[in-house]
Design a protein around this ligand. Structure first.
Ligand SMILES: Cc1cc2nc3c(=O)[nH]c(=O)nc-3n(C[C@H](O)[C@H](O)[C@H](O)COP(=O)(O)OP(=O)(O)OC[C@H]3O[C@@H](n4cnc5c(N)ncnc54)[C@H](O)[C@@H]3O)c2cc1C
Length: 387
């Protein structure tokens, strides 16, 4: 593998036209202005609550930046385009906040079809699954436990759906990332995912669980998972994230008068994330890891640890970023020959709103590293003007 310069801007943005680069700068800049951000969020809420006709504003701005398109054909076009830069995609059918059995059944069918299509038409690309797209969060909260409920036909149906997806994934050689969600339902999501890993990850990794390292209990969970994988002789697929629901977790804990499950400071989360990276890479014989992060320090740490532990198989340590974010990491890693992907949500604008609101909030100047990203975008716009 070649040496990586994560800060090479030309490689980072080569896939973007001048117009797309300017749009990206415009959207990130807008997210820094509280009034404009408020307006954008009002438009988004207006679409969801009152069906107001703001879709075209959203579609031409944040949706265009963070989503692959409204249908599978648009998504496949982008998958092929990113593939031409050696960047794989994690196809993510967005359909959040559903409550009906009809919607869950349709989501399961869509994901299953996507697994088969990705396997046949774009091998090497991935699928992501949100369990709350297949069942009601309220139900998941009620049955939340480290073990499966007994005599529960509704749970059995959910397990059958997840199993059908993972089974097809194994058959068509597609990797499935199961997302992590709110802590109050995470035990049952872990239990389902571990069951799938035990069943399908015997020869090679098919299923990944996601660990939110902002949770105080995750390092211990990770140690237990490694021991279980060793004992049951399967490869643990572990996708590491910091976690997307800090405020929500804190508010819920406060309301219920219990300790917050999330660390109190960013520094503690960073330490926990980096410790998990080291633990996973140390145990690379038993684990396939995905570093799902936009953090330059954690990415560099993973690269350094690959050297330290002599990991030469690029599929042992994969990297992933969200589409629309952090191209510096994605495209420079890809150019150097690492295994790297973009999370690629697609679906109706209305159904993508909760996802878009999370992305907007994550990209304000108080959160994340967006100022650096704005600076990088501006620098590349200037560079292109001079060449
Ligand atoms: C490919 C991919 C897949 C993802 N899948 C999931 C998923 O399945 N589930 C999920 O929950 N998230 C998921 N995320 C989002 C992820 O959890 C983070 O929100 C996001 O990536 C920002 O973290 P970072 O590592 O990129 O870096 P940074 O920008 O360095 O870190 C920001 C993160 O630090 C943490 N943090 C910030 N302030 C504090 C504080 N005061 N106290 C404690 N912690 C703090 C939060 O987790 C915040 O998101 C995914 C992200 C990527 C890139």
């Amino acid at each position: 593998m070649k040496a990586v310069d994560l800060h090479d801007l030309k490689t980072a943005y080569a896939y973007k036209s001048n117009a797309d680069l300017k749009l990206t700068h415009f959207v990130f800049n807008t997210l820094q202005k509280p009034i404009l951000l408020g307006l954008l969020k009002s438009c988004a809420n207006g679409i969801v609550k009152y069906n107001l006709p703001f879709q075209s504003i959203i579609k031409k701005t944040i949706y265009k930046l963070f989503c692959a398109g409204e249908n599978i054909e648009e998504a496949f076009k982008l998958i092929r385009y990113l593939d031409s830069y050696h960047v794989k995609s994690v196809l993510d059918y967005v359909s959040e906040g559903e409550k009906t059995e009809a919607a869950f059944s349709l989501n399961a069918k869509t994901i299953l079809e996507n697994v088969i299509r990705v396997g046949k038409e774009c091998p090497g690309n991935y699928i992501s699954v949100k369990i709350t797209g297949l069942e009601d969060p309220d139900f998941l909260g009620k049955i939340n436990s480290k073990t499966f409920p007994i005599n529960n036909p509704r749970f059995d149906k959910l397990l059958e759906r997840v199993d059908a997806i993972c089974n097809a994934a194994q058959k068509h050689q597609v990797i499935v990332y199961i997302d992590a969600e709110d802590r109050y339902m995470q035990d049952i999501i872990d239990a389902i995912t571990e069951h799938m890993m035990e069943k399908y990850n015997t020869q090679q990794v098919v299923v990944f669980n996601t660990l939110q390292m902002y949770l105080k209990d995750r390092l211990k969970y990770l140690e237990g998972l490694i021991a279980t994988a060793k004992q049951k002789k399967y490869i643990a697929g572990i996708k590491l994230v910091r976690g997307a629901y800090v405020e929500k977790e804190r508010e819920t804990a406060l309301k219920e008068k219990r300790e917050s499950p999330v660390f109190d400071t960013k520094d503690q989360t960073d330490k926990s994330f980096n410790a998990a990276v080291e633990l996973c890479l140390q145990n690379h014989a038993l684990i396939a890891t995905c570093i799902a992060s936009h953090n330059y320090n954690s990415t560099q740490l993973a690269l350094d640890l690959m050297q330290k532990y002599h990991i030469t198989d690029i599929n042992k340590v994969r990297f992933s970023q969200l589409y629309g974010m952090c191209d510096g990491i994605t495209f420079n890693l890809a150019a150097a020959g690492y295994s790297v992907s973009k999370y690629l949500p697609y679906g109706e604008v209305k159904k993508a709103i909760p996802y878009l609101i999370r992305r907007s909030e994550e990209n304000t100047s108080i959160n994340g590293q967006v100022n650096d990203e704005l600076h990088r975008l501006q620098k590349e716009i200037n560079n292109r003007k001079h060449h």
